[in-house]
Design a protein around this ligand. Sequence first.
Ligand SMILES: C[S@@+](CC[C@H](N)C(=O)[O-])C[C@H]1O[C@@H](n2cnc3c(N)ncnc32)[C@H](O)[C@@H]1O
Length: 354
Amino acid sequence: MNHLLLYCRPGFEKECAAEVRELCEQQGIYGYCKLEENSGYALFVSHQPDGASLALETLRFHDLIFTRQWIACLPIVEGIDTEDRIGSLIGPVSGLPECGELWVEPADTTEGREMQRFCNSFGSAFSQVLRKKEILQRKAAHRMHIFALTGSSFYIGYAPLANSAPWPMGIMRLKFPNQAPSRSTLKLEEAWHWFIPDNQWHQYISSGKRAVDLGAAPGGWTWQLVNQNMFVTAIDNGPMAESLMETGQVKHLMEDAFTYQPHKAFDWMVCDIVDKPTRVIKLMTQWLVEGWCRETIFNLKLPMKQRYPEVKSCLEYLQNALSDAGIRYQIAAKHLYHDREEITVHVRLLDYQG
Ligand SMILES: C[S@@+](CC[C@H](N)C(=O)[O-])C[C@H]1O[C@@H](n2cnc3c(N)ncnc32)[C@H](O)[C@@H]1O
């Protein structure tokens, strides 16, 4: 297949397409992108007949910042008979690699959300038919996807289970914890789920760890740290929620995060300060190069224009500084579902002694 469909937050189609095109080119997969602003998806069309399947095999989904989900797919199937969708789509889906399940998904747009009920009911009816016909197998390495633009136009494709997002629409749905003082809390929770595999939580997100939260008020991120039984130093001139201060696990310092320096290293530094990305990345770099923390999750607010080049240059700045200092590290960045005009970055120092 040569069509690669990329799901993204509406408004970020350009960044999503530019990133995937660049990564594909690095693998010798050439092609062009088609996109419509605010549609919630972009399409990379490879010049090679198997370019999209090759991309799924050679790129790591986890490396993509702006893509929520990806599927290798057929060219758009349009104008199908709405009286017999199943009959019309059996032919196209039969040519896909063996799949174990089917997800029918809309774009994450207002019109898309109005199609959610249709997607659910059509998905469940079509799955039953495909199971009976043994087109859907009990166990298979791929998932079948139907991306519904309308009730009669679809992209039909597949994604490898081991190299794609495990959530419908590529969206990790989290329940807002009522005790948390701000909705931002979900950004840190989603970041942990995205960046830290479940089997590493006990080692890295555990009781008794020391954390610092730069730009902490009113305390949504601090709440997550406290909820994991960490001890938190919260840096912000603004007020922290009383309920958090009452836990006895939070020390609030009304200081400027850009001049604050710790006496003792922290296990975690998190930062949600709204400032220029170039300013924030310098601060993050300083913390890591000085060894003031072992691990960090921070947000980079995106500029209005040139968002992808700005992200690349910020991440390169950090990576070059760590390499120049001879520090081994692991880095990943993602435009999370709970992020808006920002991306979230995770860095862990390897060989860290504290
Ligand atoms: C988006 S809010 C943080 C929300 C927080 N993560 C939460 O979940 O509740 C950004 C915070 O950064 C703080 N801030 C901005 N510049 C700062 C600085 N130079 N030093 C410390 N805090 C700063 C602001 O006062 C604001 O409370």
